[in-house]
Design a protein around this ligand. Structure first.
Ligand SMILES: Nc1nc2c(ncn2[C@@H]2O[C@H](COP(=O)(O)OP(=O)(O)OP(=O)(O)O)[C@@H](O)[C@H]2O)c(=O)[nH]1
Ligand SMILES: [Mg+2]
Length: 424
């Protein structure tokens, strides 16, 4: 299939954004590539205030219309959200399909959703984006003939009226709540036993899934592109100091991540909110690493997870020609550790840091428990690290590193008896 030719309109509200307009443009171009489009032109528009009709001034719109005609552009993408009326007005003048950044991101999510839950979350975000834009007539999205920004939950659904969309939204919310409750139940069980939970967070494409794979052989898909992972995946991992933890990968963050998406992915992102420790994976080889870092902090704040203990994993150091400035740089991050998830460089150090950070949640036990409490030994194998078990007539001797809560249960069951005499 031939790539769609795209013209980007980068709207630059003077001083409103911490990102430079060029950087916004560059990331927008990456998003377009993620939708298999080709950026042909970039137009920068510095404005003070948005206009009601077209967001940008009418002179600029005419200019864009002309450029589109000359370069046979298929799609215009705005860096800022457009209202339904603005989108219609722009299309009337430019005569080319015009979408905004949020639609582009939703499109990539729609392309990458594979699980039932992922698909429902994306559909919910799409419909919530669509609903306020349907005011009045009810827009026929099929008019645009498909392609970037129109990849939706299916034409039949998109052609229904506002009321039916609202019904679909509440049905999706209910279904997602059910899935979310299931996940919450599993999480609660793990929590009850006190197994430490670690969440990988970070900008999209930072290397979170690559790190999960190298540490746990999870086999998670990794790719050079945006929003590869949409579904959370958890794996057990034993740290060098014998602490058993659960490590979870999840959806990547982005600068100004649309609120619809954060809301729709709430159940998925609960993993982050409930984690004992966050591993903030940052691609330090990226020219705008500091912006990426700050954007992730903003999303964490949005989620109410900005006060959690965190280790900053400065990733992709193998890509850096001169790593000497890294030492200097790393001081500016919370608990930094430099690694390469690709080559495995310095991962032991990273694991040790995690172990130290979590050691308060784990205790070592060396005790005897009655033989009828064998269930505790099973739990110890599942949730902790067992170094030694020996069975006697009516007692079991166990030495292990266990989550605090489980250790507490063992302590309650323990017998103060001295080690029974054995023949060996
Ligand atoms: N050179 C180098 N490349 C890496 C490293 N870690 C990850 N990558 C590459 O970076 C790209 C993105 O990696 P992923 O693990 O998919 O990134 P992610 O953070 O899971 O991304 P999303 O799922 O989109 O949020 C892939 O092409 C990886 O091979 C690293 O340490 N060095
Ligand atoms: Mg990933």
């Amino acid at each position: 299939m031939e790539k769609e030719k795209v013209l980007l309109v980068i709207v630059d509200y003077k001083k409103k954004d911490s990102w430079a307009a060029e950087d916004v443009g560059e990331e927008l171009a990456e998003l377009v590539q993620g939708c298999r489009g080709e950026v042909e032109e970039k137009v920068f528009c510095k404005i003070d205030k948005p206009t009601a009709a077209c967001l940008i001034g009418s002179g600029k719109v005419e200019e864009i219309a002309q450029m589109c005609a000359e370069a046979s552009i298929d799609t215009v993408v705005f860096s800022e959200d457009l209202k339904g009326s603005q989108q219609r007005n722009l299309e009337n003048i430019i005569k080319v399909k015009t979408i905004d950044r949020t639609q582009l991101i939703l499109d990539i999510f729609a392309r990458h959703a594979t699980s039932q839950e992922g698909k429902m979350q994306v559909e919910l975000a799409q419909l919530q984006y669509l609903l306020p834009r349907l005011v009045g007539k009810g827009i026929a999205l099929s008019r645009l003939g498909g392609g970037i920004g129109t990849l939706g939950p299916g034409e039949t659904k998109l052609e229904v009226d506002r009321r039916r969309i609202a019904q679909r939204i509440s049905k999706l919310k209910k279904e997602l709540q059910n899935v979310g409750e299931n996940r919450a139940l599993k999480r609660r069980k793990r929590k009850e036993k006190g197994v430490p939970m670690i969440s990988l967070v970070g900008y999209t494409n930072a290397g979170k899934s690559t790190l999960l794979n190298i540490l746990t052989e999870a086999g998670q898909e990794t790719r050079d592109g945006l929003f590869t992972t949409l579904d959370p995946l958890s794996r057990k991992l034993v740290l060098p100091n014998n602490i058993k933890v659960v490590l979870s990968d999840t959806v990547g963050f982005m600068h100004k991540l649309p609120l619809h998406l954060i809301e729709a992915f709430k159940a998925t992102l609960e993993e982050v909110v409930e984690a004992d420790l966050l591993l903030h994976v940052l691609d330090v080889s990226h020219p705008r690493y500091r912006n990426l870092y700050d954007s992730v902090l903003e999303v964490l704040k949005e989620l109410g997870a900005d006060q959690k203990p965190v280790i900053t994993v400065l990733n992709k150091i193998d890509k850096m020609e001169d790593a000497s400035w890294l030492k200097e740089l790393s001081r500016t991050f919370e608990l930094p550790v430099e690694v390469s998830a690709k080559t495995g460089e310095n991962l032991e150090n990273c694991l040790e840091m995690i172990g130290r950070k979590l050691s308060a949640l784990i205790v070592n036990v060396d005790m005897f428990i009655p033989i009828n409490r064998m269930n505790l030994i099973n739990e110890a194998h599942n949730e902790g690290q067992v170094f030694f078990v020996k069975y006697y007539n009516d007692l079991i001797h166990i030495r292990a590193a266990l989550p605090k809560k489980l250790a507490g249960l063992l302590r309650k069951a323990r017998v103060s008896q001295k080690r029974p005499k054995s023949k060996d």
